[in-house]
Design a protein around this ligand. Structure first.
Ligand code: NAP
Length: 351
């Protein structure tokens, strides 16, 4: 058995950072050796720097590691970034320039025309843009991004349907969990018995544009976005984990709800074929019960890596409507980055 690849986590003390620490424990290919965060945390043992909010204890191998500054020079050439977007852009560039592979959760580089916005089940070929990125920027490393936590559930459901029937227009209304706002998130007094119909940081724009890049084509060193119009309403609800989305869509080639359900439940792709360690057996699970998915019961499906779709039915305005749920800090963040790194290792990008 070959040695594990040493990896680091930037922003390791935050909500996404903690999920990285948890998911990397006992990973068969990667070993977490470095944790980094802001000046508030630097120099402290990890267990003192972070307000641990996971349901299992801090992995013993990490709890005493001293938090380092987010500066190149860490003893690893692969870093996962859960950095706040106010600082992620430049820090991630510094690491890529210094020769590191950066797997980013932040919005800063997602829409760059030379950076992959990768979902291994949908657009594994988009890794090909790394060559252009390196040439253009003169980097030995690279930045590879994963989508916004609401984009991911939507695109996991849309991509197989688009492939089979062609999607032309989409209206999506999200109900997003509190953990999507980082720790400690919105004050309890604002959330209790309430719904906030606004999520900052251009959330609606991300949900409207990221799927087009992901489902688009990469040819000749350029992305051509998918020709789909998306209208998004994003809401914060009083739920701990799991973003739920109500979706109505128009199809090029008409299809029944049963046909759509068959396409979704039979969807399988490269990560499943390669048996990547974090790849769920079924990327999309179609719930049989008429009142599912529900965040409390379904957000951990496929170890938090599957999207769960339910209530697939005809739409009197468009063609098809359904509900989709995905785990925002696993498939929508840390788990997505780790799956991206696994695909990159399998394809020889990690040396
Ligand atoms: P968070 O809980 O607020 O954590 C932010 C992290 O960034 C902390 O580790 C913090 O370190 C670090 N940080 C802040 N300022 C820094 C600085 N000047 N220098 C170095 N490190 C700094 O946020 P989060 O929810 O984990 O989100 C992290 C990123 O992932 C964001 O870009 C977010 O948009 C994205 N994202 C989040 C989710 C989600 O569901 N939560 C999903 C997808 C993507 P200290 O503890 O030392 O301050």
């Amino acid at each position: 058995m070959s040695a594990k690849i040493p990896v680091g986590v930037l922003g390791a003390t935050g909500a996404v950072g903690q999920k990285f620490v948890k998911l990397l424990e006992n990973h068969p290919w990667f070993e977490l050796t470095e944790v980094a965060a802001s000046g508030r945390s630097v120099g402290k043992p990890y267990k003192e720097a972070t307000m641990w909010r996971q349901y299992s204890p801090i992995p013993a191998a990490v709890s005493e590691i001293l938090v380092k500054p987010c500066e190149p020079g860490l003893a690893c050439s692969v870093v996962f970034s859960g950095l706040d977007s106010s600082v992620a852009g430049e820090i991630e560039e510094d690491f890529a320039r210094a020769g590191c592979m950066v797997l980013s959760n932040s919005k800063n580089h997602r829409m760059d025309d030379d950076a992959p916005l990768l979902v291994p089940e949908i657009n594994p070929d988009h890794l090909g843009i790394i060559e252009t990125q390196r040439k253009r920027r003169g980097w030995k490393g690279a930045i590879v991004t994963n989508p916004n936590c609401s984009t991911i559930g939507l695109v996991m459901a849309l991509a197989p349907i688009h492939q089979a029937f062609g999607v032309t227009r989409v209206i999506v209304t999200t109900m997003q969990a509190l953990s999507g706002a980082g720790y400690p998130g919105p004050p309890a007094i604002d959330m209790l018995g309430n719904v906030i119909p606004f999520i900052g940081g251009d959330e609606e724009e991300k949900v409207e544009t990221e799927p087009l890049k992901i489902m688009g084509k990469l040819g000749d060193g350029r992305f051509e976005p998918a020709n789909i119009k998306i209208s998004a309403h994003t809401n914060r609800v009083f739920v701990e984990d799991g973003h739920m989305e109500c979706v109505s869509l128009e199809l090029e080639k008409k299809a029944s709800p049963e046909e759509v359900a068959r396409v979704l439940s039979s969807f399988s792709s490269l990560p499943q074929e390669l048996k990547l360690p974090s790849a769920p057996h079924r990327p999309v699970i179609v719930a049989a019960e008429r009142d599912r998915p529900q965040p409390r019961f379904d957000c951990d499906a496929g170890n938090g890596m599957s999207a769960v779709v339910g209530r697939i039915r005809s739409c009197p305005v468009f063609d098809i409507r359904f509900v989709v749920l995905s785990h925002n800090t696993v498939r929508g963040a840390a788990g997505a980055s780790i799956l991206n790194a696994e695909l990159m290792k399998a394809q020889g990008y990690l040396g």
